[in-house]
Design a protein around this ligand. Structure first.
Ligand code: PMP
Length: 359
């Protein structure tokens, strides 16, 4: 077996030791004679796995008891609907910040359930910047303010947290667990699991408890956060295997030294890659320097006619999934927590070699 370096934006790389442990426990979880997949979600074993995962996530992120942590299904995309349904009445206004493709999807869905005020947009810069806070046109009585701290496709990241009156809602799908955040600044944080948490199929919502219980009447039972909160995310059958694997990733993160340690590593990886791109004279990243994502690094080649050869050569060099999102083209290297620094070094070495041969 030879595992290669995986730069996929999601489903993304998973720490190898996590996969090894999962393999060891696959047929017989800790001597109980069955796999996690085969356990009743209401068995003491699975409830224990679930509770431990939640406790470890709370510890990693410093989540207080004022917040419920929900383990859901449906991906971040389902949250685009759940958020307005749970946090706003149909005649209320919610403020949205448009910083790219994922913001736009969140806005489009929210419009079905609330009045949306796009308080700021980076469209004029082709989404290569983050609108300065003093330009935001926030509503007086917004039910909440939604933003996307890291745009996975554009590679644009906030390195500051907006200070707003209304509950702040953040789509952290592609930045969660990459560095510390102060959860107390947020009303709600959500993330699909398939980047920094674990395999696809699990969605995490961290929501301040005082925001629960106000869902619109049309809200499906399964999308009402209160249903999940009141039932420890086991109102119906949860994605038990993904929950277990997320728990293994949380343990791994704790072993790495937690989110402060991850930030140091993630900054080093990103600085190396952007540093090389900027000095290469061959590759280019379009994002303003202060807003460059630590997790998703889009770049283009000097001549897009070379894209195919670049990708084919990368594949041969053991560097997988570097093709940019289908909506923007070019390349994108996603360098989440589980992508080791050696992967970034190998990518830079390949990029150097390719530029020399084709420059
Ligand atoms: N928001 C962001 C920032 C994302 O990167 C993604 C997935 N790439 C989504 C939302 C949608 O997530 P899901 O596929 O889990 O619905």
């Amino acid at each position: 077996m030879s595992r290669r370096f995986n730069f996929c934006a999601g489903p993304a790389a998973i720490p190898e030791v996590v996969l090894q442990q999962a393999r060891e426990e696959m047929l017989d979880w800790q001597g109980h004679g069955l796999s996690v997949m085969e356990m009743s979600h209401r068995s003491p074993e699975m409830v224990g796995i679930a509770e431990q995962a939640e406790a470890d996530l709370r510890e990693l992120m410093g989540i207080s008891d004022d917040y419920a942590v929900l383990f859901l299904q449906g991906g971040a995309s389902t949250q685009f609907a759940s958020i307005p349904l749970n946090l706003a009445a149909a005649d209320q206004t919610a403020d949205y910040i448009n910083t790219g493709e994922w913001s736009k999807k969140a806005i489009k869905e929210a419009k079905r359930y609330v009045n949306v005020n796009v308080a700021a947009s980076a469209e004029a810069s082709n989404f290569s910047t983050i609108p300065a806070f003093d330009s935001w046109q926030l509503s007086d009585n917004a039910a909440y303010v939604h933003y996307t701290p890291n745009e996975t496709i554009g590679g644009v990241e906030f390195f500051w947290t907006p200070e707003v009156k209304a509950p702040l809602v953040a789509d952290m799908s592609s930045t969660i667990l990459s560095r510390p955040v102060d959860v107390n600044q947020f009303g709600l944080i959500y993330a699909g699991a398939q980047k920094n948490i674990g395999p696809a199929g699990l969605t995490i919502v961290i929501v301040r408890r005082d925001l629960l219980g106000k869902a619109q009447g049309i809200t499906p039972t399964m999308l009402d956060y209160k249903t999940a909160a009141d039932n420890d995310s086991m109102y119906n059958t949860p994605p038990t295997l993904a929950w277990y694997l997320a728990g293994l990733v949380f343990k791994w993160l704790k072993g790495q030294g937690g989110l402060q340690a991850m930030e140091v590593i993630n900054r080093r990886k990103a600085e190396k890659l952007y540093g090389y791109i900027d000095n290469s004279g061959f590759y280019r990243n379009p994002v303003e320097v202060a807003s460059r994502s630590l997790m998703n690094v889009p770049f283009v080649l000097a001549d897009d006619a070379l894209d195919k050869a670049f990708l084919a050569g990368a594949d041969e060099a053991g560097l997988l999934n570097l093709k940019g999102h289908r909506s923007v083209g070019g390349m994108r290297a996603s360098i989440y927590n589980a992508v080791p620094e050696e992967a970034v070094d190998a990518l830079i070495a390949y990029m150097q070699d390719f530029a020399q041969r084709n420059g």
